[in-house]
Design a protein around this ligand. Structure first.
Ligand code: ATP
Ligand code: MG
Ligand code: FE
Length: 367
């Protein structure tokens, strides 16, 4: 089926078009620049930016894929989780398109859509905004017990996918800040600007990660328990204590009148984040019989996260897939990809009566 996917849960307005598992186009417009001076995504600004960007993004996508709206078999839209006002724009646009064209509409879970990209093959369309696909062609279907490690500005989660259309489970997640959010907050503290991830990633290369040891949240035995008797947060993360530890460390250098070793702090912070993300993700996979895992979300761009995930997965005998970065960050193609899976599985469309749900659970693949 030819499926149009719409994404507007955060600061990216995305329209993607797929034919089954074939990617025809992935057009994205981001309002990131408009949030720079605030040091984080401002929901109201993101919503307005979606309103401005939606129609041009849709037109560009249709032109790139060389299809007409009338050719589309189904429309899929991110219904949650995400920023309520931002979601509203994409959902309203999708409903209007569905009514105007008479096509079925699917209300899609954003997090599950991040996993759906694992099925996409680059198509024959002139998809100029798509980078090269990973080595080896993606599978026609996902394995029946697959893990997904999603790390972004809004999420840090490890999912188990038994069936992408109807059986997704949350194994662990952050209990406070997302990893990308921690990068952004720490970068601000170190005077590195926004977004903080790329800046810390770059600076950390010149620092000594062992100069300072920052805490690994939720790794004490009372949180971990044992494999037989898991603690309350065995597969969960916490990054707010780490952010506080960095702030205190900076204060101590300043109080002593010493130069703050910004590069060492960036490297030590990054090591703490990446160490705890990868160790808990691999633990969750091992203890749940998961032998294939997909890494997604904007923080998948992080060089150290990629490196350590590869190392630890390979040591544990877990096959790792990292989609091209343009498909890891928020986009419409992932929404279209999941929509196509739902159509092919014969799942009933959502109708047009649904409302976006900013805290939609992963167990709800489509509303
Ligand atoms: P969502 O959480 O809904 O997926 P988002 O817009 O918050 O959306 P993304 O756009 O996927 O998240 O990613 C942006 C985040 O990724 C920012 O927090 C940014 O700092 C972080 N990031 C980007 N590049 C890197 C990098 N090289 N290292 C670490 N973090 C990075
Ligand atoms: Mg974003
Ligand atoms: Fe996302």
């Amino acid at each position: 089926p030819l499926v149009l996917g719409i994404e507007s849960s955060c600061d990216e307005t995305g329209v993607g078009i797929v034919r089954g598992t074939e990617l025809l186009t992935n057009t994205v417009s981001s309002s990131m620049e408009e949030h720079v001076r605030f040091g984080g995504v401002i929901p109201e600004i993101a919503s307005r930016a979606h309103l401005d960007a939606f129609v041009p993004t849709l037109q560009e996508a249709l032109a790139e894929a060389n299809v007409q709206l009338a050719d589309i078999d189904a429309i899929a839209v991110t219904s949650g989780p995400g920023l309520a006002g931002a979601l509203m724009v994409g959902v309203c646009a999708a409903k209007a398109l569905a009514v105007a064209t008479g096509k079925p509409l699917y209300a899609i879970n954003h997090l599950v859509a991040h996993v759906g990209v694992g099925l996409l093959q680059q198509g024959t369309g002139t998809a100029t905004s798509v980078s090269t696909p990973p080595a080896g062609s993606p599978p026609e279907t996902l394995p029946d017990n697959m893990g997904a490690l999603l790390v972004s500005g809004g999420h840090t989660e490890i999912l188990r996918i038994r069936s992408i259309t109807d059986d997704v489970e949350l194994l662990g997640s952050t209990i406070d800040d997302a990893a990308g959010e921690a990068y952004d907050k720490v970068a601000r503290l170190l005077g590195l600007g926004y977004p903080g991830g790329p800046a810390i990633d770059k600076l950390a290369r010149t620092g000594n990660a062992k100069a300072i040891r920052f805490p690994r949240g939720l790794t004490q035995s009372k949180y971990m328990g044992t494999a037989e008797e898991p603690g309350p947060h065995r597969y969960d993360w916490s990054f707010s204590g780490l952010k506080t530890a960095v702030a205190r460390c900076v204060e101590q250098f300043e109080a002593r009148g010493e130069t703050v070793p910004v590069a060492d702090i960036a490297a030590a912070f990054q090591e703490a984040v990446v160490d705890v993300i990868t160790s808990k993700a691999v633990l969750a996979c091992r203890e749940n019989g998961i032998t294939e895992v997909l890494l997604g979300g904007g923080v998948a761009a992080n060089s150290r996260l990629r490196q350590l995930t590869e190392q630890r997965c390979s040591a544990a005998g877990i096959r790792l897939t990292v989609p091209p970065l343009s498909l890891c960050t928020d986009n419409g193609a992932m929404v279209a990809a999941l929509g196509a899976q739902l159509v092919m599985a014969g799942v009933e469309p959502s109708g047009i009566g649904f409302a976006p749900d900013s805290s939609m659970p992963v167990t709800t693949v489509s509303a």
